[in-house]
Design a protein around this ligand. Structure first.
Ligand code: IMP
Length: 198
């Protein structure tokens, strides 16, 4: 098994990414599995800048091939907000529920549908390669929370052509359409090509 560090401590993401890599001879080590994982300040302006910051800090500290991602929700009527601020949209240190409340308040007086997309930038870094890839899932924000699976804005995001929110889909179903799975599946192919060139 080849070890890959996933520079994330977000339980929801770690579960999704482990599933994506599980059949490809990769062992995913998350920040939960490492002692002395450094504090990461995500102060980039783009998803890719933030993903790269995470990958560089962790690769420089542990010296193992590292994957990282940065992701968020972009709502059309809010000019792409919350975007790179998705994790701390309501306030610094807030819960997922605080963010969902804030988003629903912002959208309360705007006409439906509230068209939105999730975006994920996934990156890979080792001593020779920096690779990156983007994934998106399109849909709309609904008024009532539905479902208990997933994390973040999943209970209020209805993907196009689905009658269930992302929080009503199980891990496999979410991974068949999500921004993160699109980005990491593309990244995985790039990693395999880079490994063959060695
Ligand atoms: P970061 O990528 O860890 O900086 O944070 C991304 C934030 O965007 C999360 O804390 C969630 O609020 C939101 N987000 C990203 N991906 C998803 C997803 O798959 N479902 C729901 N919310 C997500």
């Amino acid at each position: 098994m080849k070890k890959l560090i996933f520079a994330s401590g977000n339980k929801g993401k770690v579960e999704e990414v482990k599933k994506i890599f599980e059949n490809d001879k990769y062992e995913i080590i998350s920040l939960h599995d490492l002692d002395n994982a450094p504090e990461i300040v995500e102060d980039g302006d783009t998803f890719e800048a933030n993903a790269r910051i995470k990958a560089e800090i962790i690769f420089n500290k542990f010296g193992l091939p590292t994957i990282a991602d940065d992701s968020g929700l972009a709502v059309e009527q809010l000019d792409g907000a919350p975007g790179v601020y998705s994790a701390r949209y309501a306030f610094e240190g807030c819960t997922y529920d605080d963010n969902n409340k804030k988003l629903l308040t912002e959208l309360k007086n705007l006409p439906e549908p509230h068209i939105a997309k999730f975006v994920c930038c996934a990156v890979y870094l080792d001593e020779k390669n920096y690779l990156s890839s983007i994934g998106e899932v399109h849909g709309k924000i609904i008024k009532e929370r539905r479902g208990t699976m997933g994390f973040g804005y999943d209970p209020i995001f209805l993907p196009d052509n689905f009658e269930k929110t992302l929080a009503e889909l199980n891990l496999e179903e979410k991974n068949s359409i999500s921004h993160r799975s699109v980005a990491f599946n593309k990244l995985k192919k790039q990693i395999l090509v880079a490994e063959r060139k060695r």
